[in-house]
Design a protein around this ligand. Structure first.
Ligand code: 3HC
Length: 291
């Protein structure tokens, strides 16, 4: 089956980024969200980023227009019936994802491959909510999707070889470096990254260093492009908390206990860049103002 059209559910940071790289790779894409404003913001963000690429001379006006023609926005989940590959990128909540996949399983023809961009939820558990677990796979992208080279592909216990090949084919066309991970909490990258970010919040809570010193420490001491607290703000503190909570409950090791300050920040509505405040303050466009 040739994959021509991809359905991306969730027009937030990740979904819009995935839709952007897919249209730039020649796929037709339907970007879907239940919120009209999120969908509009997602599409506007894509167009703005492509405009910047034109301004920098990376693509022509014609190429940009051709990309935008390949993008359709729809609030109807039923449009997924037209697509051969579905990538779900909604928020990290099993029940919310289950509701989406149960509907998709009815809407999509049996040959359509269903995938999730989940960063921490079990692929095997998610695949068990559909009648085609062999056609279910993890497509875990990294933020910002247009910049980060990696695509982590996750095999559920019942994912077939054919589905893995199809996922690899999509990843190759998106020009991503691919790694294949077993279905375990955090897979490869987040199993290492998320505890590190949680630890950075913990040492802030213990007053071992200031926000700036913790970030500068890791930037200048380990050559990380961003400090862990700035990265936590970019990922979203709610996303970080959801991920570390899955590690804690699934793996049962106290080393994955969420930092109390992380819980407090999320309760206070400080979710990082998307909410305007986290460990740093942000202007509307996401520009960092300082601690
Ligand atoms: N969307 C698209 N492009 C973006 C972007 C965004 N949100 N933010 C920055 N860029 C692009 C810029 O346009 C620029 O492109 P150019 O080189 O073609 O001009 C390039 O990235 C560099 O941007 P800047 O010069 O503005 O800034 P930096 O050099 O500081 O780079 C960064 C920004 C790419 C975000 C860099 O700091 C970085 O790599 N940070 C680490 C990111 C990271 O670790 N991501 C993984 C997060 S974990 C995850 O996603 C998994 C999840 O499950 C939790």
């Amino acid at each position: 089956m040739e994959i021509k059209k991809i359905f991306v559910i969730g027009a937030g940071l990740m979904g819009a980024g995935i839709a952007q790289v897919a249209i730039q790779s020649g796929y037709d894409v339907i970007l879907n969200d239940i919120s009209e404003s999120t969908l509009a913001n997602g599409a506007t963000g894509i167009e703005e980023r492509l405009n910047r690429s034109v301004a920098k001379g990376f693509m022509s006006h014609e190429e940009k227009d051709a990309c935008m023609k390949r993008l359709t926005c729809s609030m109807e989940l039923a449009s997924a019936a037209e697509c051969q590959f579905v990538i779900e990128a909604i928020y990290e909540n099993f029940e919310a994802k289950r509701a989406v996949f149960e509907k998709l399983d009815v809407i999509c023809p049996p040959e359509t491959i269903l995938s999730s961009n989940t960063s921490s939820i079990s692929l095997t558990a998610l695949s068990s909510v559909v009648k085609r677990p062999e056609k279910f796979i993890g497509m875990h992208f990294f933020s910002p999707v247009p910049v980060m080279k990696l695509l982590e592909i996750i095999r559920g216990l019942r994912t077939s070889e054919d589905t893995l090949s199809a996922a690899r084919e999509v990843g190759e066309r998106l020009e991503k470096v691919m790694v294949v991970a077993k279905d375990m909490p955090g897979f490869i990258v987040n199993r290492i990254l998320i505890p590190m970010l949680n630890e950075a919040v913990q040492i802030l809570d213990e007053s071992i260093g200031t926000v700036e010193d913790i970030d500068n420490g890791m930037k200048c001491g380990c050559n990380h492009p961003m400090g862990p607290l700035a990265l936590a703000d970019m990922v979203g503190l709610d996303v970080l908390l959801a991920a570390i909570e899955v590690f804690y409950s699934e793996l049962g090791d106290s080393k994955y206990r969420p930092a109390p300050l992380l819980r407090k920040m999320v309760k206070a509505g400080y979710l990082g860049r998307k909410s305007g405040a986290g460990f740093y303050l942000y202007e509307a466009g996401g520009k960092k103002l300082g601690v």
